[in-house]
Ligand binder design. Structure first.
Ligand code: COA
Length: 294
C-alpha cells in the first residue's frame, strides 16, 4: 500500500520567533481589517509592535482593532481611508505618526478582486482594481516613505501568483499584481541605500479568506485540488503571517527586492499526467503508465 502523503503542520509564529521581537516598532497596514492582512497584523502585534489598520469599512476596522489588541498590551488604531485617495492615505499616516511617533513596517495589502472575463469586464471595473491594488500601493509608499526612511524600516506588499500564467477571468488582478511586484523591486533598489527593504509575499490558495470566497465558484470552496499542493494542504493565514514576521525581522536583513511565494509548492508542480502525489509516494503504482525505454 502507498504511504500516506505528509500534511505540513500549520504553526503559529509565537512557537518559532521570540515574543519581544518587534517591541517599540509600529506597523502601518492597509487592508488590515480582514483576511490575510488582519492576521499579518495580529502576528506582528503578538511580537510586540503597535499597529494602525486602514480600510474603507470603519465598523469592521474598529471591531478588528479591538480584537487584535485584546490581551496583547499593544495598541491597534483603526483609520478609515480609501487607498485610491492619496489624501486619505496621507491623513492616515499623519494619524499613525501622531499616535505612535514612528512607522517601521508597512504592509500594502488593500486589494480588490472578483471573477470576470474580459468580455464581461467594463473599462471602469478594470480601472477600479488597478486603482485599489496598484495605485493604492503607490499611494501608501509615497505617504509612508519619509517615516520609513527615518526608522530604516521595511515594506511587504501582498501580491498573488496568478499572473505567473494566464489565469482566465483575472486580467484586472493579473495586471495589478504584476505592477505591484515591479513597484516593490524598484522600491528595494532605490531605497536600499537609505536602509529600507521591500519584499513581496505572493500567497497561493489560502483557506477561509474573503479573497478565496470571492474567487470560488458556486458549490465549491474555490480552493484548488489539494492533490496539486506538495505540502498536502491549502494555505492558512498563519503561513503568510509567519513569513511576514520573518521578513520584518533582522533575520531577513539581507533579503530585499524579492517575491516570496507561500503556496506549499503549488506553483512549481508539473506532473506530465502522472497521478500526484501517488507517483512520488509509490513509484511502483504508476510503473504501468510509463513508456519503456526506447
Ligand atoms: N464582475 C464584473 N464587474 C464587476 C464585478 C463583477 N463581479 N464587481 C464589480 N464590477 C464592476 C462594477 O460593475 C463597476 O463597473 P461599472 O461602473 O462599469 O459597472 C466597477 O467594477 C466598480 O465597481 P464598484 O462596486 O463601483 O467598485 P467599488 O469601489 O465599490 O468596489 C470592488 C471595488 C469591485 C473591487 C469590490 O469587489 C471590493 O470592494 N472589493 C474589496 C474586497 C476584496 O475584493 N477583497 C478580496 C481581495 S483578494
Amino acid at each position: 500500500m502507498a504511504p500516506k502523503a505528509h500534511i505540513t503542520p500549520v504553526v503559529d509564529s509565537t512557537s518559532v520567533f521570540k515574543d519581544g521581537l518587534f517591541d517599540g516598532k509600529v506597523l502601518f497596514c492597509t487592508g488590515g481589517g480582514s483576511g490575510i492582512c488582519k492576521d499579518m497584523t495580529r502576528a506582528v502585534m503578538r511580537h510586540g509592535a503597535d499597529a494602525i489598520i486602514v480600510g474603507r469599512n470603519l465598523e469592521r476596522l474598529k471591531a478588528s482593532a479591538e480584537e487584535l489588541s485584546k490581551g496583547t498590551g499593544r495598541r491597534c488604531l483603526p483609520v478609515q481611508g480609501d487607498v485610491r485617495q492619496p489624501k486619505a492615505v496621507q491623513e492616515a499616516v499623519a494619524k499613525a505618526v501622531e499616535a505612535f511617533g514612528r512607522i517601521d513596517f508597512v504592509i500594502c495589502g488593500a486589494a480588490g478582486n472578483f471573477l470576470a472575463p474580459i468580455s464581461g469586464l467594463s473599462e471602469n471595473a478594470f480601472r477600479t482594481v488597478i486603482e485599489i491594488d496598484t495605485l493604492g500601493t503607490y499611494n501608501t509608499i509615497k505617504a509612508t516613505l519619509p517615516h520609513v526612511r527615518v526608522s530604516k524600516g521595511s515594506y511587504i506588499h501582498v501580491s498573488a501568483t496568478l499572473h505567473y500564467k494566464g489565469t482566465p477571468y483575472q486580467i484586472h488582478v493579473s495586471a495589478a499584481k504584476a505592477a505591484v511586484d515591479a513597484i516593490s523591486a524598484v522600491l528595494a533598489v532605490e531605497e536600499g541605500p537609505h536602509g529600507i527593504r521591500s519584499n513581496v509575499i505572493a500567497p497561493g490558495p489560502i483557506g477561509g479568506t474573503e479573497g478565496m470566497d470571492r474567487l470560488g465558484t458556486k458549490g465549491a470552496d474555490g480552493l484548488q485540488n489539494i492533490r496539486g499542493i506538495p505540502a498536502g494542504r491549502v494555505g492558512d493565514v498563519r503561513d503568510i503571517s509567519n513569513t511576514t514576521v520573518f521578513l520584518f525581522s533582522d533575520a531577513a536583513s539581507f533579503i530585499t527586492g524579492h517575491v516570496i511565494v507561500v503556496d506549499g509548492g503549488n506553483e512549481h508542480l508539473r506532473t506530465f499526467g502522472l497521478p500526484y502525489p501517488e507517483a512520488v509516494l509509490d513509484p511502483q503504482s504508476v510503473k504501468a503508465l510509463i513508456k519503456p525505454r526506447l
